[in-house]
Write a protein that binds this ligand. Structure first.
Ligand code: G1P
Length: 292
């Protein structure tokens, strides 16, 4: 029987260099997709999977991220005085109950594995989720819930997977597949950012993980990998050989907001799902497109 997953780690220390100048004073994960910051999509996805403790691993801009999830009495009083219930509901939707959000600092950008390691004391000795907010997943059930469901059946560790073009394997962690049944993939290996010719498959890690706490000791003992960083993928690759480890093909829409192009697609994709925006946006897009 798998232990339930209660905690999520959200690495949000990235410098967001591809989004300058927008990300100079505003942390990249606070940039909005339509009217909600990227980070809130990840938090809501985790909540939908039953998570109620959040560990943010932060760098620059930590105060702004805290502010986003805390109550702002002056703003709420202003909105209440105007009777703006919709705006009040929007600010309430972003609140994390006191005591459920923790912030730890990643002093140096030493990689995703290092970011997870920074949360070690708060994770303790239980399975936990990791969500990379750059990856925006729209699914029903939502992305992390798909993993938690598989974790309930298989136990061990579970990662979300999606097929990427062969030419893009160098941007992702790529897995080696031993077997597959009904979207559940038994893994035999994984490698961080392989060149297309060396990639063991086209199935990429897409920033959602349910991990056993045994990964923490592995990360602590591990040296730098690809790009000189402490890679989460390297620690998982070692685990795959020794502990139950599965992948699940994510079903739904996925947007890689790590680049301006993906972020723009996410904005359009999310706006198209909003009934009050959809028709106007479609008309605009049709007009903007040259006739073929
Ligand atoms: C990270 C992970 C990589 C994963 C990717 C998903 O890479 O290291 O394994 O495939 O996120 O977006 P990054 O995009 O931070 O370079």
């Amino acid at each position: 029987m798998a232990t339930s997953v209660r905690k999520a780690v959200l690495p949000v220390a990235g410098m967001g260099t591809r989004f300058l100048p927008a990300s100079k004073a505003v942390p990249k994960v606070l940039l909005p997709v339509v009217d909600k910051p990227l980070i809130q999509y990840a938090v809501e996805e985790a909540q939908a999977a039953g998570i109620h403790e959040f560990i943010f691993v932060t760098g620059r801009g930590e105060a702004a991220i805290k502010d986003h999830f805390e109550r702002d009495d002056a703003l709420d009083a202003y909105l209440a005085a105007r009777g703006d219930d919709a705006a009040l509901a929007a600010t309430a939707g972003a609140l994390l109950e006191s005591g459920t959000a923790a912030f730890v600092r990643q002093e140096k950008p030493l990689g995703l594995g290092h970011a997870v390691l920074c949360a070690r004391d708060l994770i303790g000795d239980e399975p936990f989720a990791v969500l990379l907010p750059d990856e925006l997943l729209l699914g029903d059930p939502p992305g992390l819930a798909q993993l938690v469901d598989v974790h309930g059946k298989t136990g061990g560790s579970v990662v979300a997977l999606a097929e990427v073009p062969q030419s893009e394997t160098g941007r992702y962690g790529i897995v080696e597949v031993a077997a597959e049944e009904e979207r559940i993939v038994t893994l035999s290996g994984m490698v961080e950012k392989p060149a297309p010719a060396e990639a063991p498959s086209r199935l990429a890690l897409i920033g959602r993980y349910v991990l056993q706490p045994t990964i923490l000791a592995r990360l602590a003992a591990q040296g730098p990998g690809a790009g000189g960083e402490i890679q989460l993928t390297d620690a998982m690759a070692a685990m795959v050989r020794e502990e139950p480890f599965h992948g699940v093909r994510f079903t739904g829409q996925r947007f890689d907001c790590g680049s301006p192009a993906g972020y723009l697609q996410a904005t359009i994709g999310c706006a198209l799902q909003r009934p009050e925006l959809r028709q106007d946006l479609l008309s605009f897009l049709r007009e903007a497109m040259p006739p073929s």
